[in-house]
Design a protein around this ligand. Structure first.
Ligand SMILES: [Zn+2]
Ligand SMILES: [Zn+2]
Length: 388
């Protein structure tokens, strides 16, 4: 299936409209309204206000009981756009710098394509427009509010745009994102005059020692990729006062549960050791954020086959290494067989940068692949009960 040039122009225009009015997590009111109105105008059944600003659309085929969930995240980032484009962000300090405008436009386009052929397939398509991927984890809240039920979801799929050549898709089975956990370390020493360190317990020195040791953490038993990055150290105000306290902030990222646990325990014990050695106290606020996205083997190979049929198999590639970004699509992948695929939008387009300007040719490609995949998934699963 290849969409017409007219539809391609329509979906690009949708993306530009979304791009012009980006909204932060749980504030996506205008975005939600655009989504709901577009779907309703097509004739698709819509539920709004799920996880505050989330929208769900349901396309029902002729009959059948299988349901494929397709997810787009809809929120933007607190970044000031610098790219000189005619549809530049009109909301000061907010920008679609992670391509969620692409995800949303592609899913709206896919909805239009699938709805127009609804008499030709059995089963259901659940369209999930999810808020707050970048911040609060809107996926988890939508699940709590029942989006996996009535009809019950059998499998889930989504895209994320990526700095890869246009016309390529990257995916593999197993872990495809990391658990993006955060930590804050609070060190309590004893301050005093900078001239008399022997009378003090200097928390800045302890913060430096902890930071050095965090950089030296070696893999645990699992020996899979991980990172520990200290991103902020704060303590003290001037040249001659040793402060009472210092704070370290950072992120630890792992791609399996065992390493995730290992990092938590290792960071805690390093802090206790380094602070204890100096007679200080250190407490660790550890925020276990999104789980790891795990791609199902069967679903992933089916998606790769569909993408390969449209793009050529040589343009469907496996990542050279696991990306250490997180994505709350993992809450879906914990519940049903899932596939998270990266869609090329040009190699120079790096996510979360102020001049991010993804190549819009990827929109039609995204719609083509997702539409074909949805149809083939329903055809396969309606005739084969292994999915449930
Ligand atoms: Zn992002
Ligand atoms: Zn993103």
């Amino acid at each position: 299936m290849k969409i017409s040039a007219e539809r391609e122009r329509e979906f690009i225009a949708l993306r530009r409209e979304l791009h012009k009015y980006p909204e932060l997590g749980l504030e996506e009111y205008k975005t939600s309204k655009l989504i709901a109105e577009y779907l309703q105008d097509l004739g698709i059944e819509v539920t709004t206000g799920i996880a505050k600003t989330g929208v769900v659309g349901l396309i029902q085929g002729k009959s059948g009981s299988k349901t494929l969930l397709i997810r787009a995240d809809i929120d933007a980032l607190p970044i000031t756009e610098t790219a000189e484009i005619e549809f530049k962000s009109q909301n000061a300090g907010v920008m679609h710098a992670c391509g969620h405008d692409f995800h949303t436009a592609i899913l709206l386009g896919t909805a239009k394509e699938l709805f127009s052929v609804r008499d030709s397939f059995k089963g259901n398509i659940k369209l999930i427009f999810q808020p707050a991927e970048e911040s609060f984890g809107g996926a988890e809240q939508m699940i709590k509010e029942g989006v996996m039920n009535s009809p019950e979801v059998d499998a889930a799929v989504c895209y994320h745009v990526a700095p890869l050549p246009v016309g390529t898709v990257e995916l593999q089975s197993g872990a495809v994102t990391a658990a993006p956990d955060y930590f804050q370390i609070h060190i309590k020493g004893r301050g005093g005059h900078g001239s008399a360190p022997e009378d003090c317990i200097n928390p800045v020195v302890i913060a430096a020692a902890i930071t050095n040791r965090l950089g030296e953490i070696k893999a645990g038993k699992a020996d899979t990729p991980f990172v520990v990055s200290v991103c902020s150290i704060a303590g003290g105000t001037c040249e001659n006062v040793i402060p009472d306290t210092a704070t370290i902030k950072g992120t630890s990222r792992s791609t399996d549960k065992e390493t995730r646990r290992y990092l938590y325990e290792t960071i805690k014990s390093i802090c206790e050791e380094e602070a204890g050695r100096e007679g200080a106290a250190a407490s660790v606020d550890y925020n276990f954020r999104y789980p790891i996205v795990i791609n199902d083997e069967g679903l992933t190979s089916d998606f790769a086959e569909t993408a390969g049929a449209l793009l050529g198999q040589e343009n469907v590639v496996k990542p050279q290494k696991i990306s250490m970004v997180g994505d709350d699509f993992s809450y879906f992948s914990e519940l049903v067989p899932s596939c998270y695929a990266r869609l090329g939008v040009g190699e120079s387009n790096l996510l979360h940068t102020p001049n991010f300007n993804p190549d819009e040719r990827a929109i039609a490609i995204g719609v083509d692949i997702m539409t074909d995949f949805a149809l083939s998934f329903l055809q396969r699963s309606e005739s084969d009960d292994r999915i449930r």
